[in-house]
Write a protein that binds this ligand. Structure first.
Ligand code: C5P
Length: 337
C-alpha cells in the first residue's frame, strides 16, 4: 500500500471533520426547521445501499468493465469466503450500535446519553492498545481523557440546545423514561463499545491483509445492507406499513444520505492511512464546527460548557499531536549513546 503524504492525511481528516459537521447540521435542520417525519432507521439502511452503489461504481472503473469486475469479485469475495465472513462482525457491530443508540435515547436524558456516548473515545484508545499493539504516551492518554471531557461538555450543551429549540417530543421522552436509566446506561455503554470495537477491528483487517480497500468495503456492505434493513423493519414495521418506507424523503433527506455515505466511505480511508485515535480527534473537531454552525444557523445557546469544551478539545489535539521537546531530545540522545 502506498503511504499517504502528510498533506493527503490532513486533507482526509479535514474533509471527515467537515462531512461530520455538515451531517449533524443537516439532521438538525431537517428535524427542527423543516420538521420532517422521515423514519430514521430507513435512512440508515438507504445510506448502506448508496455506499454499496458507490463502491460498485469505483470497482467497475478500477477493473475496466463488467466482466473484469465480476471475475475480481469472484476471486476476492467468493473464493476468499473467510475474509468476506470476517467482515460480518464490524457490520453487525455498527448495526447493533445504531440500535443501542435508539434504546439509550428512549430510556435516558438526551444530554446525558450524548455525554456517555463519548466514552467511545477512551474505549477506542484502550482497544487500539489491546488489539492493535499501539502504544500511547502518558501525555497522549491525558489528551484522550481531555478530548472525552471536552466533547462530553459540548454534546451536553448541544443536546440541551436541541431540546430547547422545539424538540418537545424528545423532552417528553426524557422525563417519561427516567425509571429505565439502567437500561439506557447499559445500552449507551454497548453502543460506545460497538463503535470502538468495529473501528478497531476494521483497522486491523485492512492493515493486516492486502485486499484492496474497496473490496473490504464491498465485503462490509454485503452484510450491513441486510442488517440495517432488518433492524429498520423490526423497529418501525407498523410505521413503514402505514406511512411508507420513503415518507418525507425531501431533497434535504437525500442530501443527509449522500453526506453520511461519503463520510462513511471516507472513514475507511482515514482508518487505512491514519488510525482510530486520530479519527476520534477529527470527529471531535467536527463537533466543535457543527455546534458553532448550529449557533449561527439556529440561534443555539453557546454557554460555558461549549466554551470550556472547545478549549479542552483544542488543547487535547495540540497535546496529542505534539510530543514534549524535552522527550524528543531525550530520545535522540539515548539513541546516540
Ligand atoms: O461513530 P463511528 O465513528 O463509529 O461511525 C463510523 C461510521 O463509518 C459508521 O457509520 C460506519 O457505517 C461507517 N463506515 C463505513 N465504511 C467502513 C467503515 C465505517 O461506512 N468501511
Amino acid at each position: 500500500m502506498k503511504e499517504a503524504s502528510y498533506f493527503q492525511k490532513a486533507a482526509m481528516l479535514a474533509t471527515l471533520a467537515l462531512t461530520g459537521s455538515a451531517y449533524v447540521v443537516l439532521l438538525r435542520y431537517s428535524k427542527v426547521v423543516d420538521n420532517l417525519r422521515y423514519i430514521s432507521s430507513t435512512v440508515v439502511a438507504v445510506q448502506e445501499v448508496l455506499k454499496m452503489l458507490v463502491t460498485i461504481c469505483v470497482l467497475f472503473v478500477e477493473c475496466g468493465g463488467f466482466k473484469p469486475t465480476m471475475s475480481m469479485l469472484k476471486l476476492q469475495v467468493l473464493d476468499k469466503a473467510k475474509g468476506t465472513f470476517s467482515m460480518a462482525l464490524p457490520s453487525c457491530l455498527y448495526a447493533l450500535q445504531n440500535n443501542m443508540i435508539f434504546v439509550s435515547l428512549a430510556n435516558m436524558d438526551v444530554p446525558i446519553q450524548q455525554v456517555l456516548f463519548q466514552l467511545k473515545i477512551p474505549f477506542t484508545a484502550f482497544l487500539c492498545v489491546l488489539l492493535l499493539g499501539k502504544s500511547l504516551t502518558t501525555r497522549q492518554w491525558f489528551a484522550v481523557f481531555m478530548i472525552f471531557t471536552g466533547t462530553g461538555a459540548i454534546e451536553y450543551q448541544s443536546a440541551y440546545g436541541f431540546l430547547k429549540n422545539g424538540a418537545a417530543k424528545a423532552e417528553q421522552k426524557t422525563s417519561e423514561h427516567e425509571d429505565n436509566f439502567v437500561v439506557g446506561f447499559v445500552a449507551v455503554l454497548v453502543a460506545s463499545l460497538c463503535s470502538a470495537l468495529a473501528g478497531v477491528y476494521f483497522e486491523k483487517m485492512i492493515k493486516q491483509e492486502d485486499s484492496p480497500i474497496w473490496v473490504r468495503n464491498f465485503q462490509m456492505y454485503i452484510w450491513s445492507i441486510p442488517a440495517t434493513l432488518l433492524s429498520s423493519f423490526l423497529q418501525d414495521f407498523s410505521k413503514i406499513k402505514k406511512e411508507g418506507f420513503f415518507v418525507d424523503y425531501t431533497s434535504i433527506v437525500w442530501l443527509i444520505i449522500i453526506v453520511s455515505s461519503l463520510g462513511g466511505i471516507l472513514v475507511s480511508f482515514v482508518l487505512l492511512h491514519t488510525d482510530n485515535v486520530t479519527k476520534s480527534f477529527a470527529a471531535s473537531t467536527s463537533l466543535v464546527l457543527s455546534t458553532f454552525a448550529s449557533y449561527l444557523l439556529f440561534e443555539y445557546n453557546i454557554g460555558i460548557y461549549f466554551a470550556g469544551g472547545m478549549i479542552l478539545v483544542c488543547c487535547a489535539i495540540y497535546v496529542y499531536a505534539h510530543p514534549l521537546p524535552s522527550n524528543k531530545h531525550r530520545l535522540v540522545s539515548t539513541s546516540d549513546e
